[in-house]
Design a protein around this ligand. Structure first.
Ligand SMILES: Cc1cc2nc3c(=O)[nH]c(=O)nc-3n(C[C@H](O)[C@H](O)[C@H](O)COP(=O)(O)OP(=O)(O)OC[C@H]3O[C@@H](n4cnc5c(N)ncnc54)[C@H](O)[C@@H]3O)c2cc1C
Length: 467
């Protein structure tokens, strides 16, 4: 029978019993720290869980999973809390909050890192950078390792080393029945296949084991051009990035220049287009690698240069603090026709608020070395991941920015490969989830039926257990 996910009147004795089994705190409405603990990154999301289990270790996670299942509570699992539609929290139910589980062990000889489920990418960079090592992550350091990894993980190192999941060696997982398993290519291989893109559908990942690469100081940062050059820059970027050596990554963006240093004053609050670069080849060859770019389309603002990896990773953290309103739309593209570029230019020029933006991430190079059926992440033949986000501090602007994001997405969708990236969509329903997984969906639904037949883990981009 499907888990009922109802809010039930919990008996005080049952709650006290759970609290007594936990090393971490169990927070309820009215408790000190509850309001802070329930707030997620996207301020559009305002949920009130009945219980927040601030798990301190795996035993706490097991106790909380068993409690939610036995009491038929809606169960949400929170890693970094960055998810757009707020899938790391819920109303009335129980939230397993992993944010106190920040254990990390780097093995510089084997080049691996064992990372607990509450770490952010900033935590990870902090731990690995002293060893001159890193693994592919995203483009901002405050995002959780948990959600980003389980959905795939698209970032600066994708063309060189693949998605985050392509560098995942194993996970520790608490399953719906409260059992603990270690999944890897050799043990629970079906689960390991499923968690590499299948999101939080299969259990609570208490730790991740990653392969690390020698990454320390890279050559990167943004270049900006006036909006009038947007079509030319985009066409240049498309042709360049489809054929560039894998050690060069650069994502395209429409931005409004923040009115603050280091941006030159004459560009403050102007809408511009940008490419944010990350080159991981030999530093003494970087200027040569960037020469054709600078010569063909000289940027108006050029910040690209040698930069420590953690600095590049956290470059945009201050611009996007916790507590803004966020609305997400996403698609994958195999190509970018001139007609599609015209549409991008049109909607890019209409960015509705200063924080709103459109990014196109290249996902060719090493991402294509893995087959579409080798992990749950299916879009291995796509070259670009598009994300359109309406972002602003003021909820009064939501309607306007949501309208822009939807119109922009609708205009480009006919040129897309069909589905979007689950980590960058809102709660759009079963069809969008199926479209994200294409041919992998049926296998995911079977694995879900094996390990979570009652869909206890349903607060996510949900894969329904097959019958
Ligand atoms: C500012 C910003 C920048 C971003 N940049 C990128 C980027 O560069 N590349 C990219 O790929 N994505 C990016 N994302 C999207 C990001 O990958 C998703 O928002 C992701 O869901 C965030 O993970 P989280 O752990 O922080 O979120 P949460 O809200 O905590 O969780 C998200 C989902 O993952 C599940 N989950 C999290 N941890 C676990 C766990 N340990 N075990 C089981 N389930 C778990 C949750 O249940 C939930 O369903 C960005 C998001 C934001 C807000």
């Amino acid at each position: 029978m499907e888990q009922q996910h109802t809010s039930v009147a919990l008996e005080e004795t049952a709650i006290q019993e759970l609290a007594s089994h936990m090393r971490g705190a169990l927070l309820r409405p009215g408790d000190a720290g509850y309001e802070q603990a329930r707030a997620v990154y996207n301020a559009m999301i305002n949920r009130h869980p009945a219980l927040i289990a601030r798990c301190g270790d795996v035993a706490d996670v097991i106790a909380a999973v068993n409690f939610a299942r036995d009491h038929r509570l809606t169960l949400a699992v929170r890693g970094g809390g960055h998810n757009g539609p707020g899938l790391g929290t819920c109303d009335d139910g129980l939230v397993i909050d992993l944010s106190d589980m920040k254990g990390m062990r780097v093995d510089p000889v084997a080049r691996t890192a064992r990372v607990e489920g509450g770490c952010t990418w900033g935590d990870m960079d902090h731990a690995t950078h002293p060893f001159g090592l890193a693994t592919p992550s995203g483009f901002i350091s405050t995002t959780g390792v948990g959600g980003l990894t389980l959905g795939g993980g698209i970032g600066y190192l994708a063309r060189a080393f693949g998605l985050t999941i392509d560098n995942l060696l194993g996970v520790d997982l608490v399953l719906a029945d409260g059992s603990f398993v270690m999944a890897s290519a050799s043990e629970y291989a079906d689960l390991f296949w499923a968690v590499r893109g299948g999101g939080g559908n299969f259990g609570v990942v208490t730790s991740f084991l990653f392969h690390l690469h020698p990454i320390s100081t890279v050559y990167g940062g943004p270049m900006l051009w006036p909006m009038e050059q947007a079509a030319d820059v985009m066409k240049f970027w498309r042709d360049f990035i489809l054929n560039a050596p894998q050690e060069i990554n650069g994502w395209f963006a429409f931005v409004t220049v923040p009115p603050a240093p280091p941006f030159p004053e004459q560009f403050h609050l102007q809408k511009m287009c940008a490419i944010v670069w990350c080159y991981t080849g030999a530093l003494d060859q970087a200027d040569e690698a960037f020469q054709p770019i600078r010569a063909t389309i000289p940027p108006a603002v050029d910040f690209a240069g040698p930069i420590p990896w953690p600095v590049l990773q956290s470059l945009f953290d201050a611009l996007y603090p916790k507590g803004l309103q966020w609305y997400w739309k996403t698609d994958f593209f195999t190509d970018l026709s001139d007609k599609a570029i015209d549409l991008h230019r049109k909607y890019g020029a209409q960015l509705p608020t200063m924080h709103s933006t459109m990014h196109l991430y290249p996902i060719n190079g090493a991402v294509h070395r893995v087959g579409a059926g080798d992990t749950a992440f299916s879009y291995r033949d796509a070259n670009f991941a598009e994300v359109i986000v309406g972002v602003d501090p003021d909820p009064a602007n939501n309607e306007r920015m949501i309208g822009w994001a939807k119109d922009y997405w609708m205009a480009l969708h006919p040129y897309s490969a069909g589905g979007g990236y689950i980590n960058m969509m809102m709660d759009e329903g079963a069809d969008s989830v199926q479209a994200a997984y294409r041919d992998n969906y049926a296998r995911l639904a079977q694995i879900k039926a094996t390990y979570d037949p009652h869909n206890l883990f349903h607060v996510n981009q949900n894969i329904k257990p097959s019958r």
